[in-house]
Design a protein around this ligand. Structure first.
Ligand SMILES: [Fe+2]
Ligand SMILES: [Fe+2]
Length: 442
């Protein structure tokens, strides 16, 4: 009782800590790195960071119970047990994601799922009692979460928890609607995981906090990628997206409460509920704002089918390398179903303008904007100054083209890639898409 009163009295401090963590971890620089990591996995296979995000080194033996802050130990232990259970069904989800997203968004299928052949091998191995993991970045990153939480729990309480679950993923192989429902389910899960781990980080310090933050950053990366994928597929309907995620999250909360011994940890303690709700609101605010500040054409390029990894994980249904996607449906069967035709038309006209005036734009960026030098971070003073110059251009197509170039420049020169070499952000294949042809065939 005293511990709960202590948590209540420290609630304002905890909320401040949560706000600070989210502000730092969802900075434009961090989110640009996470968003680009999807593109990096497909186009820069030599960089292992895009395949599995590099963790800060944390010696688990340095984790100790006195690093738990402003929350009863049994409470944090309950959160850890729920997290271990939720993190467990990676293989099932990977199978469903690979199959479901294969048609909806092939690049996401490779990022989150596995091939049919690989799936068959995994099932065969599991039948013989052998554990075989898939090879996608999402799977590689998720597979380390449950194990790390189990080690943390063991250090804090001496408990040993097996990472097992009865959860099953939503079948996603039926068609676009089922695949989209699966996308929303995955997105809501990543949002919930990222927000809850933010709360856990706010209640820890030292090596314990560093260990939790490693996992939290993985989840924020997944959340960023899936939020961008959702926007590419369904348009900029953010309130609808939030509603879908909330409905799914409330369903998950009920589910966890009914099937898990510690599943009610966030419902029975008002302080923890408030902390989790606050973290959810902040992560959604930052990620949504980041998606809003990225032009649709640039988001679409992140998810475009052409990839050196074509066929490595998606199998025979993928679009063949170099082949132009279907007109009006560039990213899969359900692509842009929800996007406004007006926005799409504007995007195509801007792309056509970019193609026609590519050299002039190159010169303008070089001469007037100093090649965007110093504007690598979205929201920085230099970035705002460049946007100010762009905003004074009279032609909206010029403004759109330059804004897209700036965001492309910021993404390719994200904080991880920066320093290797500065890249221009010039579109590599915008003209290959022939926007005029697309417009005429609409
Ligand atoms: Fe996870
Ligand atoms: Fe995740």
């Amino acid at each position: 009782m005293l511990a709960i009163l202590h948590q209540f009295l420290l609630l304002p401090v905890t909320l401040l800590r949560i706000a600070r963590i989210v502000r730092r971890e969802c900075s434009p620089a961090a989110l640009d790195e996470y968003l680009f990591s999807f593109h990096g996995f497909h186009h820069e296979p030599e960089d292992r960071h895009w395949y599995m995000r590099t963790w800060d080194r944390v010696p688990v033996r340095d984790i100790a119970p006195d690093q738990v802050v402003a929350v009863p130990m049994r409470h944090l232990a309950a959160m850890l047990r729920v997290a271990i259970e939720i993190e467990a069904p990676i293989r099932t989800y990977s199978l469903e994601s690979g199959e479901g997203f294969r048609l909806l968004l092939p690049t996401l299928s490779r990022f989150m799922g596995m091939t049919r052949q690989r799936a068959a091998a995994v099932v065969a191995a599991a039948a013989k009692g052998r554990e075989v993991w898939c090879e996608s970045p999402w799977c590689m990153e998720e597979s380390r979460h449950g194990a790390m939480f189990a080690r943390i729990l063991s250090r804090l309480t001496g408990e040993s928890v097996a990472s097992e679950t009865t959860d099953r993923a939503i079948p996603a192989a039926g068609g676009d609607d089922e695949a989209f429902a699966h996308l929303v389910a995955r997105e809501a899960t990543e949002w919930n995981a990222a927000s809850v781990y933010v709360v856990m980080a706010a209640h820890t310090r030292g090596p314990l906090r560093a260990a939790v933050e490693n996992i939290m950053r993985d989840e924020l990366k997944h959340c960023m990628v899936l939020s961008a994928a959702h926007t590419v597929l369904d348009g900029r309907r953010y309130w609808r997206r939030l509603w879908l995620m909330l409905v799914k999250s409330i369903g998950s909360l009920r589910h966890h409460r009914s099937v898990r011994a510690d599943g009610a940890v966030f419902v029975t303690t008002p302080c923890s509920f408030l902390e989790a709700a606050f973290a959810h609101a902040l992560t959604e605010f930052h990620i949504r704002r980041h998606v809003e500040r990225t032009p649709m054409s640039v988001l679409r390029e992140m998810f475009e089918p052409a990839s050196p990894r074509q066929g490595s994980a998606c199998g025979e249904r993928s679009v063949a390398r170099g082949r132009r996607p279907a007109v009006g449906r560039p990213l899969g069967a359900a692509s842009m179903l929800g996007a406004s035709q007006r926005a799409r038309r504007r995007e195509l006209l801007a792309a056509e303008f970019e193609c026609r005036h590519r050299l002039a734009l190159d010169g303008f960026v070089r001469e007037e904007l100093d090649g965007f030098r110093g504007a690598e971070d979205l929201g920085s003073r230099r970035s705002r100054a460049v946007l100010g110059v762009i905003g004074r251009c009279s032609d909206w197509r010029l403004r759109d083209a330059l804004t897209a170039r700036l965001r492309r420049y910021q993404l390719v020169n994200n904080r991880h890639s920066r320093g290797r070499s500065v890249r221009s952000g010039r579109p590599s294949d915008a003209c290959r898409r022939s926007p005029a042809e697309e417009l005429t065939q609409r």
